[in-house]
Ligand binder design. Structure first.
Ligand SMILES: *[C@@H]1O[C@H](CO)[C@@H](O)[C@H](O)[C@H]1NC(C)=O
Ligand SMILES: *[C@@H]1O[C@H](CO)[C@@H](O)[C@H](O)[C@H]1NC(C)=O
Ligand SMILES: *[C@@H]1O[C@H](CO)[C@@H](O)[C@H](O)[C@H]1NC(C)=O
Length: 506
């Protein structure tokens, strides 16, 4: 088995290389017919070279009496062989009217004994047998080349729009019956499935995605065992970037939501493009029109300042001609909430909670202490100070057990994903008497979490004190005393909560 597989592989390789083109180097000798396969729309070179032996013989004579006549045999529309291109000894050129702008032989190549005919671009009706008669000094040579054309057709025609059903078909000028068609995308054989369906010679893609763009190869096998293949580079007009992009922005900062097409529509001759952003928030529809700019394929939505209430899903709808494609973009807002609102006095216990409105589940948080001057923040990142001494980071929460003067300055919470840093929010910590300079974005729930923690500690102390009292002098109504001990701190907390609410409303 181990011996067999390399042999099989070699056989396959040989078959594969013989299937398409015959190397043009083997193009010598009189009337030795060659076959060239090209895809309609690309360029073809029909090889015709003077053999090296004839070349050296010919060079002994006085040079520059070259004439070339390329003719085409048959073809259904043309019964008689007819002239395609002629180069007279004087250098005068003639060419068939219907191929005039598409056929050429190179002057510089002629002097080197290369009489190859170039057709650019090839059309499917160019398929057929071509013959060249060449006189080069004293030598006479003829070449015969069969041109086979493979046609790849897109339906509807290019450009292919993302999610619009597409039929890709392959056809060739080979006159035998088609036995099998195989399709390869990026070198992989495509099995017929629900999303890809192979009709004879055709492939239908029900919902083309951006991942379907790129080289497609069709391989046609005929009843005479001829195998012909060609590659087509499928371009899909859709959106650039990930399918469900998430934009992370700090509360109080600006955000730009991306909406970028994979190609400039004008490159496909489409000049009717409009973009429209919308968002369904609290039962009403917000929308933004994006002014049309034909020299741009990008239609971002700029939000000058975002708050947690702005977070959520935004839709970018781009109309391309009569088709419309939509991309959803999620805005996730990063907020830092301190456990102490307002003044932070030295020695107090502070929690900074970093939260994200739309977590995707893969985010990590990292706290950093930046310089007290936020302008140099990038230069003065002091990561080493991060977890030193009395601070600790538990996921999104930074805990400072005892706030000291050294902690004054900017704290930054960065959000990281598998692809790197996604965004960051900052908090300016000012101690004793100074106002907190961070944007006043407070989630009352998170503030009360900090309060609750402090009050819980207070409560524990109370209960402990009571228990010690109890031990000293057993009470007559233990249940009542217990209730008393419990209710008082909760009332206190409610009061504090009310105070806090008033603070936030201001
Ligand atoms: C011969 O000339 C054609 C253009 O007419 C060119 O494409 C081809 O590469 C040349 N062949 C060689 C072997 O130089
Ligand atoms: C395929 O090509 C052949 C020969 O060029 C032509 O007769 C036939 O109509 C084509 N079929 C399709 C489906 O285009
Ligand atoms: C259109 O977009 C291009 C590239 O983004 C920009 O340079 C140009 O100023 C824009 N034109 C208008 C009228 O907005």
């Amino acid at each position: 088995m181990r011996l067999v597989s390399p042999v099989l592989f070699l056989t396959f390789t040989l078959l594969a290389s013989n299937a398409g083109h015959i190397p043009p180097g083997a193009a010598e000798g009189e009337s030795r017919e060659q076959k060239v396969w090209v895809r309609a729309g690309s360029s073809a070179v029909l090889p015709c070279h003077l053999s090296p032996r004839r070349m050296s013989k010919s060079l002994k004579h006085l040079p520059d009496m070259t004439s070339v006549l390329w003719k085409r045999h048959g073809g259904s529309a043309h019964q008689e062989p007819h002239m395609v291109l002629e180069v007279e000894p004087s250098g005068l050129r003639k060419s068939a009217l219907h191929m005039r702008s598409r056929v050429s032989v190179q002057d510089s190549a002629l002097r080197n004994g290369n009489f190859s005919l170039r057709i650019d671009p090839v059309r499917s009706e160019d398929a057929g047998l071509y013959e060249a008669r060449v006189t080069y000094n004293t030598e006479v040579q003829s070449c015969q080349v069969e041109l086979g054309v493979i046609t790849v057709t897109l339906s509807p025609p290019s450009p292919v729009i993302e999610n619009e059903p597409l039929l890709l078909s392959c056809n060739s000028s080979h006159r035998a019956s088609l036995v099998e068609t195989c399709w390869f995308h990026n070198g992989c054989l495509i099995p017929t499935s629900r999303t890809f369906c192979s009709l004879p010679g055709a492939l239908s893609i029900f919902r083309p995605a951006m991942s379907d763009a790129g080289p497609w190869r069709c391989q046609l096998r005929y009843s005479d065992n001829e195998i012909i293949s060609t590659t087509y580079d499928l371009q899909i007009l859709g959106f650039d970037g990930p399918t469900n992009p998430v934009v992370y922005a700090a509360a109080g900062s600006a955000a730009d939501l991306p909406c970028t097409l994979s190609y400039l529509p004008s490159a496909f001759g489409i000049n009717m493009v409009t973009a429209h952003w919308s968002r369904l928030a609290g039962g009403h529809l917000q929308d933004w029109g994006i002014s049309q700019n034909l020299s741009s394929r990008s239609f971002p939505l700029h939000l000058p300042v975002v708050w947690p209430g702005d977070a959520g899903q935004y839709h970018c709808a781009v109309s391309i001609g009569s088709k419309k494609i939509i991309r959803d973009v999620t805005l996730a807002v990063i907020t830092v909430t301190p456990s102490i609102q307002g003044l932070v006095s030295e020695g107090s216990h502070l929690l900074l909670i970093c939260s994200l409105t739309h977590p995707q589940g893969h985010e990590r948080f990292q706290w950093k202490y930046l310089d007290s001057a936020p302008t140099n923040s990038k230069v003065a990142v002091a990561t080493s100070r991060n977890l030193e001494g009395h601070r600790s980071q538990m996921g999104p929460t930074l805990e400072i057990l005892q706030v000291s003067q050294k902690d004054t300055g900017t704290w930054e919470c960065s959000v990281y994903g598998p692809e790197g840093r996604l965004g960051a929010a900052q908090y300016g910590l000012q101690i004793t008497g100074a106002q907190v300079s961070s944007p006043p974005t407070i989630f009352s729930g998170q503030v009360t979490f900090g309060l609750t923690l402090t009050l819980f500690l207070l409560l524990t102390v109370c209960v402990l004190a009571l228990a010690m009292q109890k031990k000293a002098r057993p009470p007559a109504f233990p249940a009542l005393e217990g209730m008393f001990a419990v209710t008082v701190p909760w009332k206190k907390m409610e009061e504090k909560q009310k105070e806090n609410m008033q603070q936030t409303e201001c």
